[in-house]
Unconditional design. Structure first.
Lengths: 169, 71
């Protein structure tokens, strides 16, 4: 049972939008890692993909999502990467941000890695997304980096990502 | 020029670095793939709506009546 949350790193996007946030050299000293993201893009509707160790292969993902009027599930295969969730886009209510919590248990183990997340967008509209996402990364390497990239557009100012390490007792 | 933020979690150093040509190409490919996927989803939604409407017409019931039957 997790009993600690240690902030490893945090980042806030400055005045100039950026293509992605790359958390590198993640220490292998924790049991699990958690990323809390609050993101907004200047693109036209997008998800946030997750790339670990700069690997672009052996991900298999499923997502369950709802948009305020209907629900659906599918394999999320954009670029064959994992999904952190949808994000607020340029058309969304000004100054709102999406939120997600992404969990990677046993990230430094020699087993395949599971990556799961829950995410919501914020929008003063009838169309608004929430999702549950699960990915298996079929690779036994320890995860040392996580990249968060919007499908479309760039991450705008005040978008944040916090990386926590969780240690079991 | 598009930058990325790179955080070195072992030192806490945060850098803004320009994307390489390869990264820019990857980014463009991802956007294109997203657009294709989105278009396919929209097309599927539209096809489903047409099929649903045709089925309701065939059954001679309204959408509200269909919902009532399934509740």
């Amino acid at each position: 049972m997790a009993n600690t949350y240690t902030l490893i790193s945090s980042v806030t996007v400055g005045a100039t939008a950026v293509a992605n946030i790359d958390l590198t050299s993640i220490p292998a000293t924790y049991t699990d890692i958690v990323i809390l993201g609050s993101l907004r893009t200047n693109g036209n509707g997008a998800g946030i993909t997750v790339t670990v160790n700069n690997s672009t292969t052996t991900y298999s993902s499923k997502r369950l999502y709802g948009d305020g009027s209907s629900a659906a599930s599918d394999s999320y295969l954009t670029s064959g990467l994992a999904l952190a969730g949808g994000t607020d886009a340029s058309s969304y209510t000004a100054n709102t941000f999406s939120n997600f919590l992404l969990y990677i248990p046993n990230y430094a183990s020699a087993n395949y890695k599971s990556i799961s997340s829950d995410a919501v967008s914020e929008n003063n509209s009838s169309s608004n997304y929430m999702s549950l996402n699960a990915t298996l990364w079929s690779n036994t390497a320890a995860i040392t980096s996580v990249k968060l990239t919007p499908d479309v557009g760039s991450l705008v100012q005040y978008s944040t990502a916090y990386l926590y390490g969780i240690s079991n007792a | 020029m598009t930058n990325k933020i790179v955080v070195d979690c072992s030192t806490g150093e945060v850098q803004e670095i320009a994307l390489t040509a390869e990264e820019i190409a990857e980014r463009e490919a991802m956007a294109e793939q997203y657009a294709t996927q989105k278009a396919e989803e929209e097309a599927q939604k539209a096809a489903d709506a047409i099929a649903k409407s045709a089925l309701l017409k065939k059954l001679g019931i309204t959408e509200a009546e269909a919902r009532l039957l399934l509740s």
